[in-house]
Write a protein that binds this ligand. Structure first.
Ligand code: SF4
Length: 338
């Protein structure tokens, strides 16, 4: 590390210790707390994750508690966070640690990357944030900071550029547990993605080529947004004679795998009627639910009847015990039992 690189780490870490975000998994960064937070933070914003993280840690305070819990209960604690395969993989990882690692999360790269749901990014995040080992996980924030520091017209998701960013930051690395998180916070709080970055308060401004040229907002390059495909679905709130609602488990693979669902089909009322003949359907409402990669436009119907593959649950039990994903859970407000 030369003198400039030392200054880089010193300035960055000093800024972080004074201005970094106060996040619950940073207070006591045990390997388990870091593991849970990293699974939750995939594709999800920090503000959204905080209350879920706190509730999850309260209910499953250790790797062993999680490994021994029922999958349905783990999914319920994930309800609303989306990407439920993360919850299943997190539980499988806890189980594998219990079976083959004496109940501890390994710090070895190879062992970590063999755990369910742990990819190259998370493996580095765990090594750095949980074990303080030399690693820098590269996310969108770090790519933005890197492209501006070096004034590079690059796309942030280009794997070759990510590799170069990693080499760049590894050369300047000090205190791995804090270094990567400091860069993430800098990207979130100072080197902003939209609008003008707050360069006057940036600890790295004297080393930033984009800032020197007044070209901060030119980097990185922006991709044109992809249009999300829309799926039309007809969903049925089906009651038995006592006001209980029909629900069943989804298949164990695919979107919302192993979560609970109401009767639903791809298509409109006609398709719903074909799938469940003989029911008298009353249209309740149109509801849209946006997943990251797809949008559901749902027509929701109410009917009374019996379907053999479904279990009927009272509203209170549905709310407390079923693992209903948000797309379906939000439909419950359309029906109020008398
Ligand atoms: S000086 Fe400005 S553009 Fe450069 S890293 Fe700091 S905030 Fe980003």
């Amino acid at each position: 590390m030369n003198r400039d690189d030392t200054n880089f780490a010193t300035a960055l870490l000093e800024w972080y210790r004074n201005h970094g975000r106060d996040l619950p998994w940073r207070k006591n960064p045990t390997p388990y707390a870091v593991l849970v937070s990293e699974f939750m933070l995939q594709q999800t914003r920090v503000d959204t994750v905080i209350p879920y993280f706190n509730r999850f840690m309260e209910r499953f305070p250790s790797l062993t508690d999680l490994a021994k819990a029922e999958e349905g209960e783990v999914l319920r604690h994930w309800q609303g966070l989306g990407y439920y395969s993360r919850a299943r993989n997190l539980k499988k990882t806890a189980h594998k640690c219990l079976e083959s690692e004496q109940g501890c999360l390994p710090f070895d790269s190879k062992k970590l990357s063999e755990m369910p749901g742990i990819g190259p990014y998370m493996e580095k995040a765990i090594r750095a944030f949980a074990f303080d080992l030399p690693a820098v996980p590269i996310d969108g924030n770090l790519m933005r900071v890197y492209s501006r520091l070096e004034a590079l017209a690059i796309y942030p998701d280009d794997p070759k550029e990510k590799k170069k960013a990693e080499t760049y930051f590894m050369k300047r690395l000090d205190s791995p547990r804090e270094f990567g998180q400091a860069l993430m916070d800098l990207g979130e709080l100072i080197c902003l993605p939209n609008g003008t970055p707050k360069c006057e308060t940036c600890p790295l401004r004297f080393q930033c080529h984009a800032h020197a040229k007044g070209e901060e907002t030119l980097y990185p390059l922006k991709k044109t947004k992809q249009v999300r495909p829309v799926e039309h679905r007809a969903v049925l709130l089906l009651l038995d004679g006592k006001g209980n609602i029909a629900v069943r488990k989804r298949p164990s693979k695919g979107l919302l795998a192993s979560m609970d669902e109401f009767p639903n089909v791809l298509g409109d009322q006609e398709e719903l009627q074909k799938a469940y003949p003989g029911l008298s359907l009353r249209h309740l409402s149109k509801v849209t639910h946006i997943f990251s990669h797809i949008e559901w436009k749902m027509d929701v119907y109410l009917a009374v009847g019996e379907l053999p593959d479904f279990t009927y649950m009272p509203m209170t039990e549905l709310k407390e015990k079923a693992a209903l994903p948000t797309a379906f859970a939000k439909l419950l407000s359309l029906y109020s039992p008398v």
